[in-house]
Design a binder for this molecule. Structure first.
Ligand code: ADP
Ligand code: MG
Length: 265
């Protein structure tokens, strides 16, 4: 793990009305991170990533390394939970991807031909180039999630944050989706929220447990005991179509042989 911290979170607390969603969080994200965020429903996973994105009132400090700053914006790509995305907005799939070109925002700016070519290329990479002109209200949840990934990566961020990115993606594309995310992880730090430890473990290098408090675990394998210590009760799901190479090469250095993975080979 690199020692270069790109996001530093100190004494972060976030409350909604009278509910404290996050309490006194201290956490660092590194430039070569590939971390999974897990935790129970309502545990504060989305709150944590929204706080990083600067869209919530909070106590405490969140600071970013110089390498993440680009003019007045941050080189962070963010894919929200699809349920947080308003699909009544009358824009096309191509426009969703284009809207990730942050510096072009504002109605006086027009997208150039090369912006549009880049957006089409990105859609093509995610297998939805043929949907470019479709209004977002007329595509499936999974197709929208692919478009939202395009929007998140189109400006080549240094940090990519994904909030439950595959909830609506069909099984066939889910494998492809994770393959792309893994490829992206060679070029940028990735923080991915999932409620599914099985999937996360096979991909990521570290795990962050979030249940009002936050614990960082610098390995992709967690024991039941560790989950308990982290106050992180989660549901274990099974996934048969995800590669488990990371687990296959794990030599059990101090980790009990009972891993929390249920998958069919
Ligand atoms: P997760 O993403 O882990 O499911 P969230 O971060 O969405 O959890 O929510 C954490 C807690 O904050 C939950 O109790 C949720 O009900 C509450 N919460 C989230 N968003 C809001 C909001 N906009 N207004 C009030 N409470 C909220
Ligand atoms: Mg959430």
């Amino acid at each position: 793990m690199s020692q270069n911290v790109i996001v530093s979170i100190r004494n972060l607390s976030v409350s909604y009305d009278n509910i404290e969603a996050l309490s006194d969080v201290n956490l660092d994200i590194y430039e070569d991170d590939f971390v999974g965020i897990i935790g129970p429903n309502g545990g504060g996973k989305s709150t944590l990533v929204k706080a990083i994105m600067g869209s919530l009132n909070h106590k405490g400090e969140i600071s970013f390394a110089d390498t993440l700053h680009k003019g007045r914006s941050l080189r962070i790509g963010y894919m929200p939970q699809v349920s947080d995305f308003d699909t009544r907005f009358p824009i096309s799939i191509l426009e969703v991807a284009l809207s990730g070109l942050q510096s072009k925002r504002g109605f006086l700016n027009r997208y150039t031909q090369s912006d549009k070519e880049l957006a089409r290329k990105t859609l093509d990479r995610m297998g939805i180039a043929d949907l470019a002109d479709r209004p977002i209200g007329e595509v499936s949840g999974g197709q929208l999630q692919r478009a939202l990934l395009c929007r998140a990566i189109i400006s080549e961020p240094k940090l990519l944050i994904l909030d439950e990115p595959t909830n609506f993606v069909d099984n066939r594309f889910e494998f492809e989706f994770y393959r792309i995310v893994k490829e992206l992880s060679d070029h940028m730090a990735i923080v991915m929220v999932s409620h599914d430890l099985g999937t996360i473990s096979s991909l990521v290098k570290s795990i962050i447990c979030v249940n009002q408090t936050v614990h960082r675990h610098n390995s992709n394998i967690l024991t039941a005991e560790q989950l308990e210590n982290y106050n992180c009760p989660i549901q274990i799901l099974s996934h048969g179509n995800i590669p488990h190479t990371v687990l296959a090469h794990h030599d059990g250095d101090g980790c009990p042989s009972h891993h929390l993975h249920h998958h069919d080979e």
